[in-house]
Design a protein around this ligand. Structure first.
Ligand code: GAL
Length: 416
C-alpha cells in the first residue's frame, strides 16, 4: 500500500510540475468598451483556469491605431508582449521582420487547417506557417437602428436603399431627434465611407477600388457618387460628433437619442451589454444597398517569439484556447461577431449573428464577400492609413469639392 508520505511527495511533484509550466501571457489589445472588455475578460478567465497568469496590456482607442503605435515601441525595445491583436496584411509585415513565433505545432494538433475557411487561414500564415490565431468574423457593413425612434418618427422599418435612408433621416430630423450617431474619428469616418461606397457601387466596384486599388475605379463617376452620398450622410450627424468615441455614438442609439449608426457588429456588443434585444429594442440591417455583400473584419492575435519555456507554454495554450469551441462561443456572444471556427453550433446566438453567419457563407459563394479596408483587412497599413486621412479630410471640410476629394483619395491609394 502506498504510504501517506509517498502520496504527499507525488502530489507535491505534480503541483510543482504544473507550476513550472504555468506562465504569464501578456496580451495587447484595444478592447476597452463595454462589450469588448467583457469579451476579453472571457479569454483571461480561460487562461487563468489553465493556471496561467494574464497580464492585460489594453491600449484604448477604437480601431487600434493607438495600440499599434505602442506595440511598435515595445517590439523595437526588444520587449514584445506574448500576443498582440494584429490583423490582415499587417500580420505579414510583422512576420517578415522575423519577430513572430511559429504556431504550427498547436495548429496541427488542433487541426486548424480543417477548422478555418481557407481565406482566413492564409492570412494567419507567413510562408506557410501559422503565426497568428483568429478569434472571430466581424461584419462591418451594418446599420444599427433604434426601433422606438423609428416608430416615433414614423419610419416603417430599416431603409434598404440610400433614397429610402435619406427619406427616413428627414423624418427623424423632423421628429427632433438625431438621424445619424457618428463619432468623428478618422477610422469611424472610413468605416462609414466603405459601407456607403459598397452600397453605391456594389461589391465589384468595392473590390476594384479598395482591394485592387484600381485607378479607374478610384476616379470613376461611381466614386464621385459615393463621396456625394457620404457627404449627405454627414449632414444628418450632430454638431458634437467630432472626436466622439464609437461606443458613445452607439449609446446615443441605445438611449433613443439617435436613430441610426453605421458601424461593425462590435456595436452589437454594446447593445448586448445594455440588455437590449434585437428585433425588439433595436434593428440590425445591412447598410443601404449592401444586403448581398459582406465586408469582413477578422480579429486575430499574432504571437511573438519568447525565450522563457513557461511563457512559451502559456502562449501555445493561449493559441489553442482561442480556436477552441468554448472560447469561440462565449467570446463572440459578447463581442457581437460570429465564430471564425467552422461548423460551430449557433443555437445560443441572436438573429443578427445568425443573419451574419448565413450571409458570410452566401456571399463567399456568390462573390459579395470583401475585406474591410477601414479595418485593415484589404491593403497594407501605410496605404489604408493614407486613404483614411484623405477620407476624413473630405468629411471634415464641406468646402472641398467632390472632384478634389476623389483626387486626394486616389493619390493616397497610390502610397508605396
Ligand atoms: C476593430 C476591431 C474590433 C473592434 C473595433 C472597435 O478594428 O476589429 O474588434 O474592437 O475595432 O474598437
Amino acid at each position: 500500500m502506498i504510504k501517506l508520505t509517498q502520496l504527499a511527495t507525488a502530489v507535491a511533484m505534480v503541483v510543482a510540475a504544473n507550476a513550472a509550466m504555468a506562465g504569464e501571457v501578456e496580451v495587447l489589445h484595444w478592447w476597452t468598451a463595454g462589450g469588448e472588455a467583457k469579451s476579453a475578460a472571457e479569454l483571461k478567465k480561460i487562461m487563468q483556469s489553465k493556471g496561467h497568469t494574464w497580464k492585460d496590456f489594453a491600449v484604448a482607442g477604437g480601431g487600434g491605431d493607438n495600440a499599434m503605435t505602442v506595440l511598435k515601441s515595445r517590439v523595437v525595445a526588444g520587449n514584445p508582449p506574448a500576443a498582440a491583436q494584429i490583423k490582415g496584411p499587417a500580420i505579414q509585415e510583422w512576420a517578415s521582420e522575423g519577430v513572430l513565433a511559429n504556431l504550427d505545432s498547436v495548429a496541427k494538433a488542433e487541426k486548424w487547417d480543417s477548422l478555418l475557411p481557407k481565406v482566413v487561414a492564409d492570412v494567419m500564415k507567413y510562408k506557410g506557417n501559422y503565426v497568428a490565431a483568429p478569434v472571430n468574423v466581424h461584419r462591418v457593413n451594418w446599420m444599427w437602428a433604434n426601433a422606438a425612434v423609428l416608430k416615433k418618427a414614423g419610419v416603417a422599418g430599416a431603409p434598404k436603399t440610400w433614397d429610402e435612408f435619406f427619406a427616413a433621416a428627414e423624418k427623424v430630423k423632423k421628429a427632433g431627434l438625431i438621424p445619424v450617431a457618428h463619432g468623428g474619428q478618422n477610422w469611424q469616418d472610413f468605416t462609414t465611407f466603405e459601407s456607403v461606397a459598397l452600397g453605391v457601387g456594389g461589391a465589384g466596384f468595392y473590390n476594384d477600388a479598395f482591394v485592387k486599388l484600381d485607378k479607374k475605379a478610384l476616379t470613376s463617376a461611381t466614386m464621385s457618387k459615393a463621396l456625394e452620398t457620404f457627404r449627405k450622410v454627414k449632414s444628418y450627424t450632430d454638431a458634437a460628433a467630432p472626436g466622439r468615441d464609437w461606443n458613445l455614438a452607439t449609446a446615443m442609439v441605445i438611449q433613443e437619442k439617435a436613430a441610426f449608426q453605421f458601424m461593425g457588429d462590435w456595436a452589437k456588443g454594446e447593445f448586448t451589454a445594455a440588455n437590449k434585444v434585437p428585433g425588439k429594442d433595436y434593428i440590425c440591417a445591412a447598410a443601404p444597398g449592401t444586403a448581398n455583400a459582406f465586408t469582413f473584419n477578422v480579429d486575430s492575435f499574432a504571437m511573438f517569439k519568447l525565450k522563457d519555456a513557461a511563457a512559451q507554454k502559456a502562449q501555445a495554450d493561449l493559441a489553442a484556447a482561442i480556436m477552441g469551441t468554448e472560447f469561440q462561443e462565449v467570446f463572440n456572444l459578447n463581442k457581437g461577431s460570429i465564430p471564425v471556427r467552422l461548423n460551430m453550433d449557433m443555437a445560443k446566438f441572436d438573429d443578427c449573428a445568425k443573419l451574419s453567419s448565413k450571409d458570410f457563407v452566401a456571399t463567399s459563394k456568390a462573390g459579395g464577400l470583401v475585406p474591410s479596408i477601414a479595418h485593415e483587412m484589404a491593403v497594407p497599413p501605410a496605404v489604408s492609413g493614407a486613404m483614411k486621412d484623405a477620407v476624413s479630410q473630405f468629411w471634415n471640410n464641406d468646402k472641398m469639392s467632390v472632384a478634389d476629394g476623389v483626387k486626394s483619395i486616389a493619390k493616397a491609394a497610390a502610397t508605396k
